[in-house]
Design a protein. Structure first.
Length: 48
């Protein structure tokens, strides 16, 4: 999945998602939930 597709599915901006991937921002729990839902995973899967 592209960054653009994930950003769209998670309701995040592409720029913000890119900065998360680069480690420039720490995601909030709300953002982690959005990403997990978009990826059909749990938050624990993302963080562990």
């Amino acid at each position: 999945m592209t960054q653009a597709a994930l950003a769209h599915r998670a309701g995040l901006s592409l720029g913000y998602l890119a900065r998360l991937e680069l480690g420039r921002h720490d995601p909030s729990l709300t953002t982690l939930r959005k990403l997990a839902r978009a990826l059909k995973m749990t938050v624990a899967d993302l963080t562990g």
